[in-house]
Each structure stands twice: as C-alpha cells, then as structure tokens.
Design a protein. Structure first.
Length: 135
C-alpha cells in the first residue's frame, strides 16, 4: 500500500510542476504580447531564461501491474528475428525491422492466423490478470 501512496504523491507532484511551469509560461507570453513582443522565438527565449527548461519528469508505474499482451505482429517478430539476423548477416535494428515488416506484409491471413490466435490467448490472460490486479 505504501508504494501506491508514494507513486500517487510523485505523480501528483509531477502534474503540479507541469501546471506551475505552464501557468508561468503563459503569464510571460501575455506580458510579452502586452509589450508588443510578438516574435515567438524571443518569447520562448525569455521563458527559458526566466523559468529554465521545462521540468522533465517520468510518471511512476506500479511494478506489480501486469504487462500488456503482445500483438500477433510482435509474436511473429520474436519467432522470426533470429532467422532474419542470420539471413541478413546484420544486427542493425532498422534493417531487421524492415525485413520483418516485409515478411509480415507478404503473409496470407491463413499464415498469420497462428500468431493472431496466440495474441488473443495472451490478451485473455492479460485481461484476467488486470481484473485480479484491479480487484
């Protein structure tokens, strides 16, 4: 329970920081418009000078929350990735993904069926885990 409370606190604090930054940035923009400073670059430069960079914060996620299910496409990629790497002789992610995309596109609906059925089973399992998690 403590983890959930601390996550809620951190996420609320992140939201408030974002609201604070946006409100002050809007105030600076309004003042600039009143002073006939219309150049957006100059307004952004002034906002960055006075407020600093926008705070970068990540939303905390519950580590106990079930992972989302894979799609048929992702199951296909897991199944064929090593085969594609061997055939291409390359480990460049872009080339591998491009080749996998071509292979998936050229499959018939009948050939895609086992991957999509597996994805449907994973989805059912995920939904059951989510029901248990939310209860």
């Amino acid at each position: 329970m403590y983890i959930m409370e601390s996550m809620a606190f951190v996420n609320d604090t992140n939201s408030l920081n974002g609201l604070w930054y946006d409100s002050h940035s809007n105030l600076i923009t309004s003042v600039c418009v009143e002073l006939n400073i219309i150049d957006k670059d100059k307004i952004n430069e002034l906002s960055n000078k006075l407020l600093g960079a926008r705070p970068k914060t990540k939303k905390l996620v519950d580590p106990n929350k079930p992972k989302r299910s894979k799609s048929g496409w992702l199951i296909f990629c897991d199944d064929k990735r090593n085969e594609v790497i061997d055939s291409l002789g390359s480990k460049k992610m872009g080339e591998i993904t491009k080749k996998l995309g071509e292979m998936w596109k050229n499959l018939t609906d009948e050939e895609k069926k086992p991957y999509n059925e597996s994805a449907a089973k994973e989805r059912e399992k995920y939904l059951a885990e989510m029901e248990k998690y939310n209860a």
